[in-house]
Each structure stands twice: as structure tokens, then as C-alpha cells.
Design a protein around this ligand. Structure first.
Ligand SMILES: C[S@@+](CC[C@H](N)C(=O)[O-])C[C@H]1O[C@@H](n2cnc3c(N)ncnc32)[C@H](O)[C@@H]1O
Length: 223
């Protein structure tokens, strides 16, 4: 019988990559990158210290990741992204800002969570503007669904906060429904959260707000 391919939350496109992104990717991934492996990571060893560990899922170009990591040197950030230009872009920024508290894994986060993250290893999770997959027949590709949320919750310490946001209203509703249904998580707000100051505004978000779009934030705490 033919093995069924898993439904992924992304499609890898060739896309354009700038010379600088390619160079940063080639030169800096061996420095700040962590290769995918089937063995659980020792996060304290990876960052060389004991400090809160935050997982960022799908960091895109890494603008937000770098800004948060710079503003919070007391935390360590593990960014996971599949898109090569974005990985190159964040790597360049890490080097430029001399950030010591960011590491990058270029791989599907579902497999990273299953294989590399130990139970109760995370002090926080960021999922900012995950791909909305707006067409109904593509909704199955959306990241925030019950099985991934249960997997995430199992990797969070008690008290750790999962922070997600989206500018798609029906995805926001889906997030609220799925996160509220996870027994290991409790909503920190009644419904959507107030936009926390800890999430910097990106160019993409500012443009959307200028066009009258809204953003919904959700913050759920591991029980
Ligand atoms: C719409 S972008 C948002 C990027 C960024 N968080 C921001 O706010 O600008 C979503 C990103 O998630 C990444 N992504 C989607 N599914 C992923 C997965 N399973 N593992 C890792 N990255 C993923 C995509 O490559 C894309 O860069």
C-alpha cells in the first residue's frame, strides 16, 4: 500500500532569494542553526545557560523574532521556519545585532516538536500570523488545529504561555475554539487578548491596519 503523505501547513516554493540572504544562509546556518535530528535537544546546553526558552513557529523574515530577542536578552528564542530566504534574513539580523539568544531550525515545526523538543521544555510559544489558508478546501493545512495544539501543550511547562495572532477573522475564531477546547490550556483573557506590548508591530501588520484590517491576539496558559 502506498504511504500517505502528511498534510503540511506550507508549500515550499522556489521563490526569490537575494544574494545577501543566500550568503547569510550558507555562512551563518552552521553558526546559529541547529540541524534537524531525531533526538531530543538539550536546550540549556544549546544556549549555554539556564533561562526561559521560547519557541517561535514560522518566523517568516524574522523581523519580529530579532526585535523580541533584542528587547529580552533574559530569554532564549528557538525559531523554526522552512523558507530559505526568511532563514537567511533572520540569520543576517542575528549577526548584525550580535544576538546571543537566538537559534534557528530550518524544518517542519510539526516534526521538530515530535522529535526534538522534550516534554515540558518550553516556557513560551509564539505563533504570529500563521498562513491563513483562506480557501475552505485548504483549511486542513492550517497549523492551529487540535492535534498540534495538544502536541504544543505537552511541550510547555506549567505556567508557560502560548501567544498566537492572526489578521483573518475566521482563523481567529478557529484558534479561539481549538485553544479553548484543549484541556491542558486556560485562556488568560475572556475571549481574545489585548494586544500585548511584547509583540512588536511589523511593516506587514502596520500596512494591514492602515487598510482597516484587524488583528486578533490569543494568549493561553498551560495549566
Ligand atoms: C504568513 S507567514 C508569517 C511570518 C511571520 N510570523 C510574521 O508574522 O511576519 C507564516 C510562516 O510560517 C511558515 N511555516 C508554515 N508552516 C510551517 C511549518 N510547519 N514549520 C515551519 N514553518 C512553517 C511559512 O514558511 C511562513 O514563513
Amino acid at each position: 500500500m502506498q504511504e500517505r503523505r502528511p498534510i503540511r501547513s506550507y508549500v515550499l516554493r522556489q521563490g526569490r532569494i537575494t544574494h545577501a540572504q543566500r550568503r547569510a544562509h550558507d555562512e551563518l546556518l552552521p553558526v546559529y542553526g541547529v540541524p534537524f535530528s531525531r533526538a531530543p535537544l538539550d536546550l540549556e546546553r544549546l544556549f549555554g545557560r539556564s533561562a526561559p526558552k521560547i519557541l517561535e513557529i514560522g518566523f517568516g523574515m524574522g523581523e519580529t523574532t530579532a526585535a523580541i530577542a533584542q528587547a529580552h536578552p533574559e530569554n532564549d528564542y528557538l525559531g523554526v521556519e522552512v523558507h530559505t530566504p526568511g532563514v537567511g534574513s533572520l540569520l543576517a539580523r542575528i549577526a548584525e545585532l550580535r544576538l546571543k539568544n537566538v537559534r534557528v531550525i530550518q524544518h517542519d515545526v510539526v516534526e521538530v516538536l515530535q522529535a526534538m523538543i522534550a516534554p515540558a521544555a518550553l516556557d513560551g510559544v509564539h505563533v504570529f500570523f500563521p498562513d491563513p489558508w483562506p480557501k475552505k478546501r485548504h483549511h486542513k493545512r492550517r497549523l492551529i488545529q487540535a492535534p498540534l495544539v495538544a502536541l504544543l501543550a505537552s511541550k510547555m511547562k506549567s505556567g508557560a504561555v502560548l501567544h498566537a495572532c492572526t489578521d483573518w477573522e475566521d482563523y481567529a475564531r478557529q484558534m479561539l475554539e481549538v485553544l479553548s477546547a484543549e484541556p491542558a490550556l486556560a485562556n488568560t483573557a475572556s475571549g481574545y487578548a489585548r494586544r500585548p506590548d511584547t509583540r512588536p508591530q511589523t511593516k506587514f501588520e502596520r500596512r494591514g491596519l492602515g487598510l482597516g484590517h484587524r488583528v486578533w491576539d490569543l494568549q493561553f496558559r498551560k495549566i
